[in-house]
Design a binder for this molecule. Structure first.
Ligand code: C5P
Length: 236
C-alpha cells in the first residue's frame, strides 16, 4: 500500500506555485501534489506539464460530473497529461464512472488512479435531505456511492478521514481513501469542520491525506511537510 501525504497546491498562479515548490530541495524529496480548479483554470495544462517535468506526482482534482460521453472524452485528454490521480463525482452514476475509466485508460492498458467524490464535506445531512431530497442518512449515501465507485472499477474515494474506516469496511482494505480535513494537533483549524490529525487519520485507515494550509501557510513549509509525513507514515 502506497500511503502518502498530498500537498494541496491551492495557489492562484503558476508563479506562486513555483515559488512554493522551489523551497523543496532534492533532499526534502518531491512531494505528491494536488492541483485544483483554481490553478488549473488559471494556468491550464502547461502548469501540469511543468510540475510533472520537475518530478512531482500529481492528483488533478477537477471533479468531473457530466454525461458519460463527455466525461469519457475529457478523461482521455487528462490521461495524456500523464497525471497520477484524477477524480469524478460519484453522483454522476455508475455509467458515468465507467465511462471515466474507459476514457482514462491508455492504449497500453495503464491509467492514472481514479477516485470519486462521495458527498462533499461541505454538504450537511440536513441540506442533502431538504435541498436535494435525498432522504437517507448521509453516511449511508457515502457508503453507497463508494460501493458504486468500486462497482464501476474506480480505485477509491475522497472522503473525510473520519469516514475512511467505514468505507474500507464496505469496499475492502485495498479500496483507496483519500482524505482532506487534516490538521496538526496544535494547529489552526480554519474553515474545516470535521478534522483530525495525521496520526489519527493513519489509525482510522486513510491511504492518502490531502493537506493544504497546515503546510502551504506554515512559516517553514518544508518542516511542516516533513512533520506531516513523519506523523502519518510512522511505523509504515
Ligand atoms: O487547506 P486545507 O488543508 O483545508 O486544504 C484541503 C484541500 O482539500 C483543499 O484543496 C480543499 O478544496 C480540498 N477538499 C476538502 N474537502 C473536501 C474535498 C476537497 O477540503 N471534501
Amino acid at each position: 500500500m502506497n500511503k502518502d501525504v498530498i500537498i494541496a497546491c491551492d495557489f492562484k498562479s503558476a508563479e506562486e506555485t513555483f515559488r512554493f515548490l522551489d523551497r523543496f530541495t532534492t533532499e526534502s524529496g518531491k512531494p505528491f501534489l494536488k492541483i485544483g480548479m483554481e490553478l488549473y483554470y488559471a494556468e491550464g495544462p502547461a502548469v501540469v506539464r511543468e510540475i510533472k517535468r520537475r518530478g512531482h506526482r500529481i492528483f488533478l482534482d477537477l471533479k468531473l460530473h457530466d454525461i458519460p460521453n463527455t466525461v469519457r472524452k475529457a478523461m482521455a485528454v487528462l490521461s495524456r497529461l500523464d497525471v497520477d490521480m484524477c477524480n469524478v463525482h460519484a453522483a454522476g452514476t455508475i455509467e458515468m464512472m465507467r465511462a471515466a475509466v474507459e476514457g482514462l485508460t491508455r492504449e497500453d492498458g495503464t491509467r492514472p488512479l481514479l477516485i470519486a467524490v462521495t458527498q462533499l464535506t461541505s454538504t450537511s445531512e440536513e441540506r442533502m435531505q431538504r435541498e436535494l431530497l435525498i432522504g437517507a442518512p448521509i453516511n449511508e449515501t457515502i457508503v453507497k456511492y463508494a460501493c458504486n465507485a468500486r462497482e464501476a472499477g474506480l480505485d477509491g474515494v475522497v472522503c473525510s478521514p473520519l469516514e475512511a474506516g467505514m468505507v474500507h469496511e464496505a469496499c475492502g482494505a485495498e479500496f483507496l481513501t483519500v482524505t482532506p480535513g487534516v490538521r496538526f494537533a496544535d494547529g489552526e483549524v480554519a474553515d474545516q469542520v470535521r478534522v483530525t490529525t495525521p496520526a489519527r487519520a493513519r489509525e482510522i485507515g486513510s491511504d492518502y491525506i490531502v493537506v493544504g494550509r497546515p503546510i502551504t501557510a506554515a512559516a517553514d513549509p518544508v518542516a511542516a511537510y516533513r512533520r506531516c509525513v513523519a506523523e502519518f507514515l510512522a511505523n509504515e
